[in-house]
Design a protein around this ligand. Structure first.
Ligand code: SF4
Length: 584
């Protein structure tokens, strides 16, 4: 049925499966069947490293078969619903309910309604409490699980932190009880109780919460003895010995990151106060450069990809970067294989590394000053040296680089119009320097996001900028940048940021809002052509909740909905940083 309708949809190649290096395991004979689902289109999901790691890892186990599900675009959804057909896995065309587990990678809060849509298109009840033993266990993980509470009603369990080791323990425990569980001999709650004993596993139905008269969280506690009070985030101890996919699945259609990704580090040695990724991936771990080069060679050999992207939170802080680039250049430059790098610190570009980078890539360079003024960069504890930046830029222009991309944020604490103007002045100077170096000014692409004071950061107690303020600040920057045609300013949609802020800082009461929004038609909330804020505002009204409540400052003495997660960075340490920020 599926194949019969694909000729009537856009980009049918994304639904075909059968890619190079895809798993061809026998579904029927697998002891445990795991569906890994990404709540966005194939082109986004196949660019996600976490999904690839879990897919490859689980398929490397003889007893497990892992297959993929992605969101389908509106045209295919309409046809499936009109025909009464179900969403099917890409590998063996199975329905989600045939699996033991439905695992969702939660990369963004704006994908939450897509999770519900995948379950709905699979004929699976949306709420955990409505799914009995015959349905798969629905597991969430990934960055947004750092505050899982808004989605608590839909998931049976979450894996908090890095899933590579915990997922094996979850599958092993399930496998031992599978026959009894599926046969009805063990209740779902009993199985979930056992699973809650695995470090990093959070089972929301085993906890209860209470709110005070102001609507703030008053208490969060386990319902039963033996259930952990706090969930310690899982961390892979040694990157060199952990699983990494080498037989990279090569999509049949172009995806957003169409290349192999070489993860060289996890965690970040810096302490930027706004950064949630720092807590999420804490502590810093490094992959050995010789192991990284060997992995890159294998990924190239097994996939045929002609581009290798280095990945890590702050690649510039990888201590072996020069040796690694030398090794990669020696292997790949003769073969015509390109290398790409994420945003860099200026200091990385000064000296030998600059010449190495110039050998393989001479298009654009990306930097993240985050704030235009030195004062605000200090307030964010952003390690960014302007003098080093402009000196490195001068060298880069001389070496042939044409464009620069700069990332900034607005809505920072104590931000003034002077600070906003500093974004434009900084970018103008970055453009002008090329004229000095090679005779013509550079095009500078400026990407401006709205600061979301996210959970587990030192800014988590701060309010978030209102939509009206964000709009006013954007207009001010646009007006200031208009005089320079070499500056291209791109703002992140402030309405989407508003929703992301609410969902990321939310509590259990938001499950009702998410469900109501989904029923009203919300989906693909990260896509501007689908996003409809009014649907969400109507749902808040229906649920009797004020969305602005979630964006207000949070008193430091009240518990936060995500306090039960232990990231390895204490709340006291975050509070100390917060106090330094507001004291500046
Ligand atoms: S913003 Fe970047 S450099 Fe700063 S802590 Fe986060 S990952 Fe590290």
């Amino acid at each position: 049925m599926y194949d019969g309708i694909l000729l009537n949809v856009k980009r049918p190649g994304q639904y075909l499966g059968r890619e190079w290096n895809v798993s061809a395991k026998d579904f029927e004979s697998a002891q445990v069947k795991f569906a890994v689902s990404f709540p966005d289109l194939y082109e986004i999901g196949m660019s996600n490293l976490g999904l690839r790691i879990i897919y490859g890892l689980l398929n490397s186990l003889p007893a497990v078969s892992c297959e993929r599900f992605f969101s389908v675009d509106a045209d295919l959804e309409a046809l499936l619903r009109a025909q009464g057909s179900w969403l099917l896995s890409l590998e063996s065309r199975r329905r989600l309910e045939e699996f033991d587990f439905a695992g969702f990678s939660l990369g963004s809060e704006l994908n939450y309604t897509n999770v519900l849509n995948i379950l709905d298109l699979s004929g699976i009840p949306l709420k955990s409490s409505e799914r009995g033993n015959k349905y798969p266990l629905v597991i969430g993980g990934g960055p947004s699980a750092m505050n899982p509470e808004p989605m608590h009603e839909f998931f049976d369990l979450f894996i908090i932190g890095e899933a590579e080791e915990a997922i094996l323990e979850v599958i092993d425990l399930y496998r031992r009880h599978k026959d009894a569980y599926r046969g009805g001999g063990i209740k779902k709650e009993e199985l979930l109780l056992s699973l809650s004993g695995i470090e990093g596993v959070y089972v929301p139905s085993l906890y209860e919460v209470e709110y005070d008269s102001q609507g703030n969280l008053k208490e969060f506690k386990p319902k039963f003895r033996g259930v952990p009070d706090r969930i310690r985030k899982r961390v892979v101890g040694n990157l060199n010995s952990s699983y990494y996919p080498q037989d990279w699945v090569v999509p049949n259609v172009q995806v957003v990151h169409d290349r192999v990704t070489l993860e060289i580090m996890r965690g970040c040695p810096n302490r930027c106060r706004f950064c949630q990724a720092r807590s999420q991936y804490f502590p810093l771990r490094l992959r050995d450069p010789s192991k990284a080069i060997m992995l890159a060679q294998e990924m190239y050999r097994l996939s045929g990809y002609e581009e290798v992207a280095l990945s890590g939170l702050s690649v510039s802080d990888y201590p072996f970067i020069e040796g690694l680039l030398q090794g990669l250049c020696a292997s790949f430059t003769p073969k015509g294989v390109g290398l790409s790098l994420p945003s860099l610190k200026a200091k990385t570009l000064i000296g030998g590394v600059s010449q190495l980078i110039a050998k393989f890539k001479k298009t654009s360079l990306t930097f993240a000053p985050e704030a235009g003024s030195e004062r605000l960069r200090q307030l964010l504890a952003k390690d960014f040296d302007s003098a080093q930046f402009f000196s490195a830029l001068n060298q880069a222009y001389a070496a042939g680089y044409q464009h620069v991309k700069l990332y900034f944020m607005i809505g920072l604490p104590q931000e003034t119009e002077e600070d906003l103007k500093a974004i434009v002045d900084f970018s103008t100077e970055a453009s002008r320097m090329k004229k000095e170096a090679v005779g013509s000014s550079a095009q500078v692409n400026i990407s401006i996001n709205n600061l979301i004071p996210k959970p587990h950061t030192a800014l988590q107690w701060l309010p978030m900028l209102s939509m009206e303020e964000a709009e006013r600040k954007q207009a001010f920057i646009n007006e200031s940048a208009r005089k320079n045609r070499r500056l291209k300013v791109n703002f992140h949609n402030f309405k989407m940021s508003f929703l992301e802020g609410i969902l990321s800082r939310g509590d259990r009461r938001l499950s009702g809002v998410i469900l109501s929004s989904f029923k009203r038609g919300a989906k693909f909330d990260a896509w501007s052509n689908y996003f409809n804020l009014q649907l969400w505002l109507d749902s808040f009204r229906e649920c009797g909740l004020d969305p602005e409540f979630y964006l207000r400052p949070k008193p430091v003495e009240i518990p936060l909905p995500w306090d039960f997660i232990d990231t390895g960075i204490s709340k006291a340490a975050l509070l100390e940083e917060f106090n330094k920020t507001i004291a500046i």
